[in-house]
Ligand binder design. Structure first.
Ligand code: AGP
Length: 610
């Protein structure tokens, strides 16, 4: 996912732009650049690779100006190269643009512009958009031409733009890709998200889809694409600077793993009062809840595993039929949905393209949309009719941790709320679960305290070519999530599997070289015994067993020496605790393998392109 920053102020913008881009590194990128309004027009500096490369270019060929834009590019159209890096210019350098998103009709626009004599130096859709803007703004009011160009473009964009004949103006626009305007004592800014410019601003505007902004030192004008004025909606910045620094931890991911105690405690304080669960942004009336017979939960990646957990919970507590699907699959199905199906989505960023596309399809079918999301003002939040915010704070590490456990917790609240309104949960059972839930933050803290033991096990088993994660019922999604964490940060292949399915194939993989992580915290019923049987099947084939077990459980000692004990809790809540052990297991495996844990190769924090 690309990153955008921009500034118009009374000081050299370049250091602010570079610092802002550094704060956007977590989004993933492969090149970077800045453009400033110099004395002789727009000046561009770009480089492939990390921001340190761009800083070298700036050191050898400095630029300085109080108006500029910056960009980190995650390649979509055209390989990672200097010529494909942003900013791109149009009209022989008359405009310079940075862009996040995809212009779907760029090929036909490019062909038309070529016929008009335009020349192109890159493979990108962004250069096409820059050339289109240049062609529409050769005469007349610049903002009119800009809006005309944006009306012709189809797809998604967040753009920052400079124009040579507008030396004291910064333009911005968004459609389907987030962009904010911020103001502070030294200037006015644009950015892909608040953390990028947090030190500079006191309040922000979350641009809405189809809005175009003209920013000068005198103020901000906003229009819709048809040119109708829009009143700027300034909102005070609520984030603390501490939310976006690593606070002494070696990585953001480790910080965020440790934040889970506080995040879950905060969610309990916010949404639970005694034995009452209150979800202020849900806005689902009781009649609708009582009549609800179907739910569809759609999301991607780690958020999909949260959806799988949510389904089990809701089906466990209510009589609602719940189905889950991956956003990238659901959007191409022909599902049976109607206004009596609630489409729920889970998304940390609220910007995942496949999730948003699924929401759009469901809305067209008349479905009410529920979003469990972590980012205020995100595209998904604006599309949703019903909301549960996860309040996990900015998640900078690309691999999701605190946002995931916050999503799981949100599903616990939702399932309890739905069941209570439908009269399908006794007071006693609700009370029992809420009392157990209140203990979860402390249980997570205890897992964090056992990190040296977890590191020891990770370092013993990290060097194989692959690993297998097994779980059942509520912990099957956690086996999948544990495997994903291991894949995405340690680059060791890992596969999550339903333990009951092992005999249908994967058991052929078991040998003395394959670490098999078995989630065995369930001790309550026949399923628990079946899980132990699966572990014994692995043992009988000399598999290298790592067991996640409840404190006091002695069943595993005769099976393996590598047991990671976690505090005992209700089976349906155990994922909230077990996943923390798996996050740390993956973390220390990645550390042993020397990977870039906060910014794993090829990954972006939010997949805003398909
Ligand atoms: C999580 O570790 C991954 N980085 C990724 O799977 C992520 O969960 C997925 O892209 C969905 O993102 P979202 O929650 O922002 O929609």
């Amino acid at each position: 996912m690309c990153g955008i920053v921009g500034m118009i102020g009374n000081r050299n913008a370049v250091p602010v732009l570079v610092e802002g881009l550094k704060r956007l590194e977590y989004r993933g990128y492969d090149s970077a650049g800045v453009a400033v309004m110099g004395a002789d027009g727009v000046e561009i500096r770009r480089s492939v690779g990390r921001l340190t490369q761009l800083e070298r270019v700036l050191a050898s060929s400095p630029v300085s100006a109080p108006l500029g834009i910056g960009h980190t590019r995650w390649a979509t159209h055209g390989e990672a190269s200097e010529r494909n890096s942003h900013p791109h210019s149009g009209g022989q350098g008359r405009v310079a643009m940075v862009h996040n998103g995809i212009i779907e009709n760029y090929a036909e626009i490019k062909s038309d512009l070529r016929e008009q004599g335009a020349e192109f130096t890159s493979d990108t859709d962004t250069e096409v958009l820059a050339q289109l803007v240049a062609s529409k703004t050769e005469s007349g009011e610049f903002a009119d031409g800009l809006r005309e160009a944006l009306r012709e473009a189809r797809g998604a964009y967040a753009i920052g733009l400079l124009a040579r004949d507008q030396p004291d103006t910064l333009y911005a626009a968004r459609l389907g890709s987030p962009l904010i305007v911020g103001r502070g004592p030294e200037g006015t800014y644009i950015a892909s998200d608040v953390p990028a410019i947090l030190p500079q601003v006191t309040d922000v505007i979350y641009l809405q889809d189809g809005e175009v902004a003209r920013i000068t030192r005198e103020g901000v004008d906003i229009w819709d694409l048809e040119g109708r004025p829009v009143a700027p909606d300034w909102q005070q910045v609520e984030l603390e600077e501490t939310a976006v620094d690593s606070a002494g931890f070696e990585t953001f991911m480790l910080k965020e793993i440790h934040e889970q105690t506080r995040v879950l405690g905060g969610l309990l304080d916010r949404y639970v009062n005694g034995l009452e669960v209150t979800l202020p942004d849900l806005n689902l009336d009781e009649e609708t809840i009582r009549n609800l017979d179907r739910m569809m939960i759609v999301s991607c990646g780690t958020a999909y595993y949260a959806a799988m957990y949510g389904r089990l919970l809701i089906e466990n507590f209510t009589t609602i039929a719940v189905e889950t699907d991956l956003g990238s699959e659901y959007r191409y199905r022909n599902p049976r949905i109607d206004d009596n199906t609630l489409l729920a989505t889970v998304s940390q960023s609220g910007e995942t393209a496949d999730t948003l596309a699924s929401v759009k399809m469901a809305k067209e079918a008349g479905c009410p949309i529920l979003a469990i999301c972590n980012v205020f003002g995100s595209s998904l939040v604006r599309e949703a009719d019903h909301l549960i915010y996860t309040h996990a704070g900015p998640e900078i590490g690309v691999a999701s941790t605190k946002a995931f456990t916050a999503q799981l917790t949100a599903f616990v609240f939702l399932a309890l709320h739905l069941a209570e309104v439908r009269g399908e949960l006794t007071f006693e059972k609700k009370a029992e679960l809420l009392v157990a839930l209140q203990k979860i933050p402390l249980s997570i803290h205890k897992v964090l305290e056992s990190k040296d033991r977890i590191r020891e096990v990770a370092e013993k088993h990290h060097d194989g070519p692959s690993s297998l994660y097994l779980g059942r019922r509520f912990n099957y999604p956690i086996a999948l999530e544990g495997a994903l964490k291991n894949k995405e940060i340690s680059y060791q292949h890992a596969e999550g599997y339903a333990a009951g399915e092992m005999k249908h194939g994967p058991i052929a993989l078991i040998n003395e070289y394959l670490p098999v992580i078995c989630i065995c915290t369930d001790t309550e019923d026949e399923v628990a015994e079946k899980m132990i049987s699966n572990v014994r099947e692995v043992q009988a084939r000399s598999g290298r067993i790592i067991a996640i077990a409840s404190e006091g459980d002695t069943r595993l000692h005769e099976i393996t020496e590598d047991i990671l004990f976690v505090p005992k809790t209700r089976e349906c809540l155990s994922p909230l605790v077990n996943v923390v052990a798996l996050q740390l297991l993956a973390y220390y495996a990645a550390q042993a393998r020397g990977t870039d844990i906060d910014k794993p190769r090829n990954l972006a924090k939010s997949v805003t392109v398909e």
